[in-house]
Design a protein around this ligand. Structure first.
Ligand SMILES: [Zn+2]
Ligand SMILES: [Zn+2]
Length: 241
């Protein structure tokens, strides 16, 4: 019984949403977790929400296939995920990055248990520009990637890629300008290898996928250096409009 009492405080945290005890090792209680805006039907190429699972790709991807092969997001970019991501980035709530990474890791584990042939070999967190990195002090995509790498047993390639120049925040621009904003924004100097062998399948991870332009631009660069398959991972996806 001594063990029981000493373990109890470690297994429960304060829920970040309702502030009640979570009764589990994550700072999120079961009722709040159940209410999160899960992305149910989505385009397999860009993760855009779809109203039905009768089709697998959205009209845009059917018309013009994007550079990446697959895309997976866990949540809709809606309350309270939106607020957690905003506070992660702008109020340095790095614990939220860990929490969202853990939730996404569970989702990805379930998915790849059913589709083991689709599992990427390594993760690249979308890099920030040097300017934004020095303002923020950390890269939110790296914080989210960490628990995922651990749970899925995948290496995180932190320095494989960098942002060549500072770009305007994607959400601040109209959709038509977002692609232009990111054209040639990323650079990978060396081919990507793991234990001396070329990597064939990489997952690119970011906090939010908006028009997918950021990740598509990076996916193009990753393929340019010889990676055959690219999967996009985003904690949350904004609707198409
Ligand atoms: Zn709660
Ligand atoms: Zn699509």
């Amino acid at each position: 019984m001594v063990v029981f009492y000493t373990l109890m405080p470690m297994l429960s945290k304060q829920c970040v949403l309702c502030l009640e005890p979570s009764h589990n090792p994550l700072p999120l209680c079961a009722p709040c977790r159940k209410d999160l805006p899960i992305l149910k039907h989505a385009c397999t190429s860009c993760a855009a929400p779809l109203s039905t699972n009768a089709v697998t790709r959205c009209a845009i991807c059917q018309k013009k296939p994007p550079p990446q092969d697959f895309a997976l997001c866990h949540f809709l970019y809606d309350s309270p995920i939106k607020q957690l991501l905003t506070q992660l980035k702008f109020q340095k709530k790095v614990a939220y990055g860990r929490l969202l990474g853990n939730l996404f890791a569970t989702h990805l584990q379930d998915y790849y248990q059913q589709h083991p042939e689709c599992l990427p070999e390594a993760i690249i967190p979308v890099p920030l520009s040097l300017k934004r990195m020095s303002e923020r002090g950390f890269n939110q995509a790296e914080r989210i990637a960490k628990p995922i790498g651990k749970e899925l047993g995948l290496p995180i390639l932190r320095n494989a890629c960098h942002r060549k120049r500072h770009t305007a925040p994607q959400l601040s621009l109209p959709a038509k300008d977002r692609h232009k904003n990111l054209l040639n924004a990323f650079e990978i100097k060396n081919s990507l290898t793991l234990n001396g062998r070329p990597i064939e399948h990489v997952a690119l991870i970011d906090d939010v996928i908006t028009t997918a332009a950021t990740l598509e631009s990076l996916a193009t660069e990753v393929k340019r250096v010889g990676v055959k398959t690219v999967t996009l991972w985003g904690v949350a996806r904004t609707p198409l409009n």
